[in-house]
Structure formats: C-alpha cells, structure tokens
Design a protein around this ligand. Structure first.
Ligand code: ADP
Ligand code: ASP
Ligand code: MG
Length: 418
C-alpha cells in the first residue's frame, strides 16, 4: 500500500463531467489499496474569470489581501464538489481548505512561500480511511491571514504536502500525458520524455514551461519527492522527475521553453567609473524588481551602454527607478522595449558538448532574425528575440537538435485529441 498525493489541475476538473472522471480515477486508486491525498485547482478558467471580475469592480489595483480572499474561493468550490462526487461513488472523502490542511505561508499576498506544514489533520483523516482532498494554491500566515502561492501554485501545494506526509509519490495529473521536449501545443511532434532531472525541469519551469510550477520542482528537489507528470484523461505512462535521468543517445538538449513576460531596459551613455552597475542594480533591488539578463557593451569616449531584462509588469517601475538615480549615476538616456520573448534550450549534457549554443544562434539567424541578448549557464542557453515568429523559432530549434518524432503528442481531453 502506498501513500499517494494526486494533483489535478484546472483543465482536469473543468466541468462536472471531468470532475466525475477525476473522482473515478481517485476511487480506482484508493480501491487498488492505496491511500490518496488529492490536491485540486479551481475549475477551468475560474481564477482568470475572478481576476476579470475584479477589473469591473475596482479601478486601479485592488487590495492584495482581498484579492487572495477572492481567488482562494475557486479552489474551495473544487474540493467540495470533488468530495461530493467521491461520496456518490460510495467512498468516504473529506475536503479541507489550505489552512485546515495546515499549510502555513509567509505574510505576503499573491505569491507567498510555504513556511511550514502541520499535516496532522490530513494524516488523521487518511488513517480513518478517507480520501483527503486539499485546496491547492492557498495557505495561511501565522497571524491567520489567507494567502495564495502565485499562479499555477497548486503544483507546489501538492509537492510540499507530499514531502510533509512522506508520501511515496506525488502525481501531477494534467491535460498532457507527460513532460515533452517543448510545449506540445506548439510543436505537434514534440518528444515525450520518460524522465528528466530536477535541475533540468527547474530550469525549464523558470524559463517558461508552464507544465510545472517552479517552486514545486524546487520543493521536489530539496525533499527528494518522487514526482510524476501524467494525464488525467488516459493511463499512459507519464514523465518521472528525479535526481538523475538517462539521456537518449545523440541528444544533448532535453527541452525548449519560451517566456513572453520580458521587457528590455537600456541605459545609454553611462559615465564609465567604478560602482555604476552596483548603484543601478541596488536601486532596482530596493524597489523589489527582479533583473534577469544583463549585458554591458563596450566603452566609447568614457561612456558605456547597458541593457537588462525585467518582467513586463515591472517595465515602467524600472524606468522610473533608473530616472530617480539619474544625477547619482550620470547617463544620457533610458529606454524600454517590449514585444520580446526569451527562448531557451536546456540540457544537463550541454556543458560538455561543444557547439550547442552556436547551433542555436545559427538556427535563429538562418530564419533571418537577430538575437538581442544572450545568457548562458552550465545547463541552458537563452536568447532574447522579437516575439513575432516565436513558434517558427521553437520548431526550427526542435528540428535542429534532433528532437522531432514521428508521433503526435497527446494534448487535451478525449474530445480534444489533436
Ligand atoms: P494544469 O491546469 O493541469 O495545471 P497547466 O496549463 O498549468 O495545467 O500545464 C499544462 C500545460 O503546460 C499543457 O497543456 C502544455 O500546453 C503546457 N506545456 C508547456 N511546456 C510544456 C512541456 N514542455 N511539456 C508538456 N506541457 C507543456
Ligand atoms: N487556480 C490557480 C491558477 O489558476 C492555481 C493553479 O491552477 O495551480 O493559477
Ligand atoms: Mg498548472
């Protein structure tokens, strides 16, 4: 008998029929002799719909506390309905909110980190023979305030709970049947990966692969939680995320990801003297702005140019911060650019294989596109390019690194098979 955490995302519980399908799947697992703790997301597009509703109610930014109060209701609907569906199948089940399940977080609204889990109540209910259903994406501060974990955060609830209750495995059920070499909605012949390392998946998730929340992968790595991504619509073997993973012969790039949430800020004509970069990046850090790629170009007549990327919603704030230190730093101009995308290739073997990055640059330039910025690490290379031909770029890279297969990826539910 295993203790299994099963997490179902929004599309897997998008309507009553799908909810019943999930209930069947859970009951089948429980009746096969396992103990099931289920984490569930809000139904379908509920979270987006709630956010849209706030735009009709409040001009400007609504209070973050009230936003969390609202968004956590989506998951509460799901847990109650799933519990009812499981009861209808003759299996006892009990649903808990995040706070009832003992999920404690830091006192930050909108993107809180889990600080502690007190799983006694969950474990007690499991021992009594119940399927336990926990609302994903939510927690509570030590002061009793309700928080959310950031978009896609139900994955993190599941993995963190799996670590806390020492589950044998954490299964993430979604609308694709595993982790692919790239988003199978973009490349139909994407390659399904039997396994991938925590480090590679963490890079892919951070670089934009929505299939897993980055913090969930971080948790799985830190607590060594065996993680599987699979489909809620079929019984195909999924993808195992683990410490070490075999690489197919002749393949160095495990996956390709892209992120449209990129803006570039350029500071031109900066007086060249020691400490300039420190002033700029300290000011940005003090304003809680995360900076990603930084590029400094050569110095001409004692003046340098540099650029960096931030997320799109920090674009205006970043320009304002730079303007506010104009007299301290001394520069000619600050400007910003959007309509960009960061495309990345990831693979643990890249560091020991020469020419991998060169092939990426060549493939992009063969499409007649220029590369605005580049960043590399041992296991990834990222290029910032203009956004208009993204899918073509991903497909060309996928082919160039030998990742195309002759099988069509499984995407969506039974009626959505493409
Ligand atoms: P859920 O609602 O189950 O949490 P998500 O939409 O968050 O589902 O994540 C699943 C989606 O992730 C897929 O439908 C797919 O389009 C996307 N995706 C992006 N990159 C990948 C990848 N490398 N492998 C599989 N799916 C990916
Ligand atoms: N419902 C939340 C969201 O849409 C959390 C999740 O789905 O993981 O972001
Ligand atoms: Mg998700």
């Amino acid at each position: 008998m295993s203790l299994i955490v099963m997490k179902f995302g929004g599309s897997s519980v998008g309507d009553a029929e799908r909810m019943k399908r999930v209930a069947n799947r859970v009951v089948e697992t429980q009746r096969n002799g396992h103990q099931c703790v289920v984490v569930v997301s809000a139904m379908g597009d509920t979270t987006d719909d709630l956010i849209d509703l706030t735009k009709q109610i409040s001009d400007g930014t609504p209070p973050a506390r009230e936003m969390d109060m609202l968004l956590t209701t989506g998951e509460q609907v799901s847990v109650a309905l799933l519990s009812m569906a499981i009861h209808s199948l003759g299996q006892s089940a009990v649903s808990f909110t995040g706070w009832q399940a003992g999920m404690y977080t830091e006192a930050v609204h909108g993107k809180a980190r889990i600080t502690d889990i007190k799983p006694e109540r969950v474990l007690h209910a499991v021992k009594q023979g119940n399927v336990v259903i926990v609302a994903g994406f939510q927690g509570m501060t030590q002061e009793g305030e309700i928080t959310t974990l950031g978009r896609g955060g139900s994955d993190t609830t599941a993995v963190a709970l799996a670590a806390a209750i020492q589950a044998d495995v954490c299964e993430i059920y979604t609308d694709v049947d595993g982790i692919y070499s790239t988003d199978p909605r973009v490349v139909k012949c994407a390659r399904k990966l039997p396994e991938i390392t925590y480090d590679e998946m963490l890079e892919l998730a951070n670089l934009g692969a929505a299939v897993l929340h980055p913090r969930a992968v971080e948790y799985a790595k830190n607590y060594n939680v065996p993680l599987v991504v699979r489909s809620s619509f079929n019984h195909n073997a999924g993808t195992n995320v683990k410490e070490e993973a075999a690489m197919e012969q002749g393949i160095v790039v495990r996956g390709i990801a892209s992120d449209k949430n990129v803006a570039r800020i350029s500071i031109l004509g900066v007086e060249e003297k020691p400490g300039q970069l420190a002033k700029v990046f300290t000011a940005l850090a003090n304003a809680q702005i995360d900076v990603d790629i930084i590029v400094q170009s050569g110095v001409l007549n004692g003046l340098a140019d540099f650029s960096f990327t931030v997320s799109l919603n920090d674009k205006e704030k970043a320009v304002d911060v730079i303007e506010s230190i104009r007299s301290e730093v001394g520069f000619r101009e600050v400007s910003s650019q959007q309509n960009l995308v960061k495309v990345s290739i990831v693979g643990a073997g890249m560091v020991s294989t020469p020419g991998v990055a060169a092939k990426m640059f060549e493939t992009i330039s063969d499409l007649g596109l220029s590369i605005n910025m580049v960043s590399t690490s041992e296991i990834k290379t990222s290029c910032v390019i203009e956004n208009n031909r993204l899918n073509e770029v991903i497909q060309a890279l996928h082919t160039a690194y030998g990742l195309d297969t002759d099988q069509q990826a499984f995407v969506g539910g039974p009626s959505e098979r493409r």
